[in-house]
Ligand binder design. Structure first.
Ligand SMILES: *Cc1c(COP(=O)(O)O)cnc(C)c1O
Length: 485
């Protein structure tokens, strides 16, 4: 075939509007400043407070009318540097121990820049960025011990990944006809099971899938915060006796409150015996597979029908990078594939490369989350990343030991994986105030939760920069704030 020649390069005419800079040298100079500043920000993060309150004048000044006219890039950047950067949440900082958030890396940031330059859309078509995501599917499959033929994709986070798991289970129970006909009478009898400690996105997923939150039976936990499996078995038997159809068990690998891991192998056996779908919410806990020392804790994850997890938590990939892996690729595709004439894949040309990722999730346009993940996994390697995950757990054990050694502190949950809950003295209000004061001090940022009716200070170690001395600084500050309260 004769390939036609490319059109000759013609000078850009000034009259046709476009958004490229008029002076690339000037843009380049600005770009280097921004890059150097952000590298300094990360390298020198310890010199900053973890978090600081946003001053009223900054918030007020930032709120502005819709810009009609251009502003110099340098000026826009100066506003970012003064009004946005200093008032970020602080999860890059080693003193950040709240909720479950990753610390990000400079490598991940650079990959984000490259991905932005390519402006890749990974909904489909035949281009190398799609191959990068396919590589991550393969690596995830290897890490979690899933068979060939398993499928997966990036989504925003585990909230959406868990919804996808629930929708795949719905297809398995009702057939893909549910997509046209709705839940119908059969759908109304479906019942799902998860521990009371499951993340709030599990009931939300039941809601969004049309099954409804009432179709989810919350199962009490045992003394270790794991789903009580005798109560689970009883609930399933009771529902079957009542003519209902148990179709899904959601196990949690790393509960958000205490880091508890459900007994995954036994749940897998129950699912097999009952012909139910086994989904695991492994938002952060699934990444325990990175560490040879921790991997046995999530044994059974390889038996799941689907797993939701985040690269942006323990994987340290910059936000956002949620992921879902599904054992039965056909079922996964049947849940989402939606043909359209304007999206027909071809055997050749740019529209080749089927199957497309848009057939495995709700998004058509999809960013290049795969690139920052690929850079992260390749640059650091699994061994080093596993060491980081294991170190988070060592930090939690250190905190547990310090709490046990201080008479003013009460241990509410011991170190499970990377999470410890404790409190100062004996009342909720004091502990709530200690945490707020701690945030405002800029020293450390744990969060709070409720454990057995008591307000707890909850420290979750996820950030790869956190060191033993950061844990000590947090404990020392809690003791000091508590003593003066
Ligand atoms: C963080 C978390 C989620 C939600 O994940 P996002 O990425 O924030 O959407 C779900 N389950 C557990 C156990 C989590 O820790």
């Amino acid at each position: 075939m004769d390939t036609p020649a490319l059109p000759p390069e013609t000078p850009v005419t000034e009259t046709e509007p476009n958004l490229d800079p008029q002076n690339w040298d000037e843009l380049r100079a600005n770009a280097h400043v921004m890059l150097d500043d952000m590298l300094d920000y990360i390298a020198q993060i310890r010199q900053r407070p973890v978090w600081q309150p946003i001053p009223d004048e900054i918030r007020a000044h930032f709120r502005a009318a819709l810009p009609q006219q251009p502003t110099e890039l340098a000026e826009v950047y100066a506003q970012f540097a003064e009004e946005v950067l200093p008032y970020a949440a602080g999860n890059v900082h080693p003193g950040f121990m709240g909720w479950v958030q990753g610390g990000g890396t400079a490598v991940g940031m650079l990959a984000e820049m490259l991905a932005g330059g390519l402006n890749a859309n990974l909904g489909g078509r035949d281009h190398m960025p799609v191959e990068v995501e396919r590589q991550i599917v393969e690596w995830s499959r290897t890490l979690l011990g899933f068979p060939e033929g398993a499928t997966g994709l990036f989504v925003t986070g585990s909230s959406l990944a868990n919804l996808i798991g629930i929708l795949v289970a719905r297809t398995r129970a009702l057939g893909k006809g549910v997509r046209a006909k709705g839940l119908g009478e059969a759908g109304a009898t479906l019942r799902a099971y998860a521990s009371v400690a499951a993340h709030r996105c599990i009931p939300l997923g039941m809601d969004l899938s049309g099954l409804g939150t009432d179709a989810l039976r919350p199962i009490p936990t045992d003394a270790h915060g794991r789903m009580d499996l005798s109560k689970l078995r009883a609930a399933i038997a009771e529902d079957r006796a009542a003519g209902l159809k148990p179709f899904l068990i959601v196990g949690t690998a790393g509960t958000v409150d205490t880091g508890a891991i459900d007994e995954l192998e036994t749940i897998a056996a129950i699912c097999a015996a009952e012909d139910m779908h086994f989904h695991i919410d492994g938002a952060f806990g699934a990444m325990a597979v990175l560490s040879p020392e921790l991997k046995p804790l999530v044994k059974g994850i390889e038996l799941a029908d689907s797993v939701a997890f985040d690269f942006h938590k323990w994987g340290q990939v910059p936000y956002d990078a949620g992921f879902v892996l599904v054992r039965n690729g056909q079922l996964h595709r049947d849940t989402f594939a939606s043909p359209a004439a304007y999206l027909r894949p071809n055997a050749k040309g740019l529209a080749a490369g089927a199957p497309w990722f848009s057939d495995f999730g709700p998004d058509l346009s999809r960013g290049f989350r795969a690139l920052k993940t690929w850079f992260t996994l390749k640059t650091f390697g699994i061994t080093k990343m596993g060491e980081v995950v294991a170190h988070s757990c060592a930090l939690a054990r250190h905190l547990e030991a310090r709490v046990r050694a201080e008479p003013q502190l009460e241990l509410l949950t011991p170190a499970q994986l990377n999470i410890v809950c404790f409190r100062y003295g004996n009342d909720d209000a004091t502990n709530a105030k200690i945490v707020v004061d701690l945030h405002e001090s800029g020293i450390a940022a744990p969060s709070t939760t409720t454990i057995a009716g008591k307000l707890a200070i909850r420290a979750a170690f996820v950030n790869h920069r956190t060191k033993f001395r950061d844990v000590d600084a947090m404990v020392d500050a809690v003791l000091k704030l508590g003593a003066s309260s």
